[in-house]
Design a protein around this ligand. Structure first.
Ligand code: PMV
Length: 347
């Protein structure tokens, strides 16, 4: 029942964690649970054409086009991904693939494209599998998230919207270390159209990648406390989201961002991914919030860029402040206006 050839395509979003994943066990199992907002604008579009090989071979066969051009340096990552997912998608060696991919956000903007990229690719390969054998939608989403996780941990939170939890946590029995699930609890409407203005402070390559960073949590003096704290913060977040407690939300989210970076600064070897402009932005944001009471807060990924989060109701004031005071700290004045999104879409 193997089709001779065909083409599938998906657009998958990036996501931004509120409670951060930092530290992992073997097979991309997270050391602690995390939760994220799915984004809307920041996304990867991937199309995979597949042609059945004339003679069976033992290896993977694929070409890769990034923004229309062959991209050799991405190929080892994809090769590793294929090796990891092949036990769950045994058809992969029967086909030759042409993978065409592009990002909606500027190339090397310092935004992690691995979450959107790996989830888009996982969805494409799983769509091909679903042509070979039928799959229930719920199973499809779980398996897509499971496969995406094997490419990049946080990618498993990029299949669905709008809030996704990954990692087993006592307060939520259906949660799993193996895949992300849509956050099932009540969320106040104030969080429905939450805005994320991403300030691109530094667009270059990071000095230390997340794989190295996660691994440094193994012998980290504060690791156990940090993992415990992530569980506690998930518990705290539940009533915050339910009641629309913006003060509680801002405090928890900012503390999570700074804790992530504190873990980096206290690893051995230690490293710093924030830049002077990151700190300038944070200080200006705190001053603005204190003076105006406008509920805007920040979070950080594993990099120097700042995600400014705020409810849609204060969008005008927030954007004005960002333009007046924060954009000057962005590389070439670049920023991306994003918001909470609804998850990946088939093309
Ligand atoms: O998915 P990875 O391995 O690139 O790790 C990402 C980790 C953070 O972005 C820093 C936090 C998170 O939960 O997304």
């Amino acid at each position: 029942n193997f089709p001779e050839k065909g083409k599938v395509g998906w657009k998958a979003p990036s996501n931004i964690a509120l409670v951060k994943y930092w530290g992992k066990k073997a097979n991309q199992i997270p050391a602690n649970p995390s939760i994220s907002f799915t984004l809307d604008v920041s996304a990867t579009i991937t199309q995979v054409s597949y042609t059945k090989k004339k003679v069976d071979s033992n290896g993977f066969s694929f070409d890769l086009l990034f923004e229309g051009k062959p991209k050799e340096d991405f190929k080892p990552k994809i090769q590793t991904f294929l090796e990891r997912i092949e036990p769950y998608l045994p058809f992969l060696k029967k086909y030759h693939f042409v993978i065409e991919t592009s990002n909606s956000f500027p190339h090397s903007s310092g935004i992690a494209s691995s979450a959107s990229g790996m989830s888009a690719l996982a969805l494409c390969f799983l769509s091909i599998e679903s042509k070979i054998q039928d799959m229930e939608l719920d199973f499809f989403k779980k398996k897509a998230s499971f496969l995406a996780r094997l490419g990049s941990g946080s990618a498993c939170r990029s299949i669905e919207g709008d809030l996704v939890q990954w990692g087993h946590h006592q307060g939520l029995e259906m949660s799993s270390d193996l895949y992300g699930i849509k956050y099932p609890f009540v969320v106040d409407p104030i969080f429905k159209n939450y805005q994320d203005t991403i300030l691109l402070v530094h667009k270059g390559q990071k000095q230390v990648g997340s794989t190295v960073g996660h691994n440094l949590m193994h012998d980290h003096p504060y690791a156990e406390k940090r993992f415990e704290q992530a569980h506690l913060n998930l518990d705290k977040l539940k009533p915050i989201l339910e009641e629309g407690d913006l003060q509680g939300f801002m405090q928890l989210v900012e503390s999570e961002a700074l804790t992530l970076h504190a873990m980096m600064m206290t690893s051995m070897p230690y490293f710093i991914l924030m830049m002077p402009d990151t700190l300038e932005i944070i200080n200006k944001l705190w001053r603005f919030r204190k003076e105006t009471n406008v509920p805007i807060c920040f979070t950080l990924d594993a990099g120097a860029n700042v995600h400014v989060l705020y409810p849609e109701s204060v969008k005008e004031k927030a954007i004005q402040f960002i333009k007046d005071e924060l954009v000057a700290h962005c590389e070439n004045g670049h920023y991306i206006c994003d918001q909470i999104g609804t998850g990946a879409k088939q093309l």
